[in-house]
Design a binder for this molecule. Sequence first.
Ligand code: ADP
Length: 178
Amino acid sequence: MTHDTQHMTLYNGDNIARKKRVAVYPGTFDPVTNGHLDIMRRSLKMFDKLIVAVAHNPGKDPVFSVEERVALIKKATKGWENLQVDHFGNLLTDYMKSVDGRVIVRGLRAVTDYEFELQMGLMNRALDPSIETIFLIPSEVYSFLSSRIIKEIARLKGNVKGMVPEAVESLLKRKFGK
Ligand code: ADP
């Protein structure tokens, strides 16, 4: 088998081969919330493979290390088919090329996300016109969630049950005390 055919799948028993549709969901995920998981579930219905890519993002001064952020997503998505968790520190469009990804998935919670997302989407298109960005809307119960607000609540010893996966809840308690 050549390297090329390894990336092909056959469907309908035909000899028609097509490329796998690989989407990438990039983010800081500091930490992953149930809103992020909602977006992942929706993406998996649309693509053959979803790569959740944790951005190193040192500029954002993350509370959790890259390793912790990756491990928390892996734990929360254990057994999910066609999902892979990875991390990257280079330009997103370069990372996309390295994994043969054509689509960037982002979540839109409210209009307040729009301006930033539009700017990033257009910049990524300027850097690589072959890549498309799509926006998915989470269930409204998660639309008020953000990693930033979760950390704020945890710092103030509030209850984040039902907003984040259990592993995140326990690590937050360990970090911020309870
Ligand atoms: P970034 O620092 O790249 O914005 P985040 O981890 O904060 O990374 O978010 C990653 C993506 O997930 C972004 O597109 C963001 O809008 C989206 N997102 C964050 N929280 C939610 C949520 N509660 N519901 C749906 N999408 C979300």
